[in-house]
Design a protein around this ligand. Structure first.
Ligand code: TRP
Length: 296
């Protein structure tokens, strides 16, 4: 049997360069490698609702945005099946049965769920202190189980995702193991496929913060116009100690160079910056000082 990919995203916003570097670029490469018999890319709208139940319109609107972002970066419907999670109701059905194979304690230990509970302010509600915290929605708490349905329903062998999804795949593997040992060999054991380039695991935001994120307002969106991209790039965080063009500058931790590491290829220099043969030369000039009057 050939290898099968399943992966996807929650449609809670337009996709940005962080998504591109962290997952989309790889997906397109995998698609074009011809190594996979089937590829399923899922827009996880039902999962997005688990922490957006009060804003279904946002999820609905972003289904199309995410689909367009997929197409724009090279996912090809002739090679990959793009689909919407909620349109496959059997996924919910399967999750219902998997729920019997997972303990509450096991879900509570899931590091990604834990981190997201903190991030969303879902900490246990306490009505006595009059706090507004609403507690953890059960659907949200159990989404790792629904993710196991997504993966196993399509007999996925390979799940290309970012490192934050590792606990979900681990949880899926446990469910597969349990299911198969109780009911007989049925489900395919999936493998996680992490991004291969360590430097590209996470792209910082344009403000130099560790992560590109909608709430930080430091994103370059795939759907941004060329002018918007240019404006964002020109306003990017560089080396805060580099005050005058002639001063030496630091390349390490300099967001512009992190982006260049992620995106530039030798042939780009000939085309856009013919004064430099390579990124190393550009870096050397920045370190020396005096780089800044380059026309772009
Ligand atoms: N949890 C993933 C995310 O936050 C989306 C997702 C849902 C997914 N089901 C999946 C990813 C199955 C891989 C496999 O982006």
């Amino acid at each position: 049997m050939g290898k099968i990919i399943l992966t996807g995203d929650r449609p809670t916003g337009k996709l940005h360069l962080g998504h591109y570097v962290g997952s989309l670029r790889r997906r397109v490469e995998l698609q074009n490698s011809g190594e996979f018999e089937k590829i399923f890319i899922m827009i996880a709208d039902a999962q997005a609702l688990t922490d957006n139940a009060d804003n279904p319109e946002k999820v609905r609107q972003n289904i199309l945005e995410v689909a367009l972002d997929y197409l724009s970066c090279g996912l090809d419907p002739a090679q990959s099946t793009l689909f919407i999670q909620s349109q496959v109701p059997e996924l919910c059905e399967l999750a219902f049965y998997y729920m019997n194979l997972v303990t509450v304690a096991r879900l509570q230990r899931n590091p990604t769920v834990k981190a997201e509970i903190q991030l969303r302010g879902f900490a246990e509600g306490n009505e006595e202190d009059g706090s507004q915290r609403q507690g953890i929605p059960v659907g949200f708490f159990t989404y790792p189980i629904s993710q196991a349905s997504d993966i196993t329903a399509f007999k996925a062998t390979t799940v290309p995702v970012g490192e934050d999804q590792e606990p979900m795949i681990e949880q899926t593997r446990e469910i597969v193991h349990k299911f198969n040992s109780v009911y007989g060999e049925t489900l395919v054991m999936p493998e996680i496929l992490l991004p291969d380039n360590a430097a590209c695991l996470r792209l910082p935001g344009t403000d130099g913060k560790a992560k590109m994120s909608k709430s930080l307002g430091n994103c370059i969106y795939l759907s941004d116009s060329a002018d918007e991209v240019k404006k964002k790039v020109m306003g990017m965080y560089t080396d805060p100690d580099h005050l005058r063009v002639e001063d030496p500058g630091k390349v390490e931790g300099n967001t512009v160079f992190t982006y260049l590491d992620a995106f530039s290829r030798p042939e780009h220099f000939q085309r856009y910056l013919p004064d430099y043969a390579s990124l190393d030369e550009l870096k050397a000039h920045y370190r020396r000082g005096g780089l800044g009057d380059v026309k772009v």
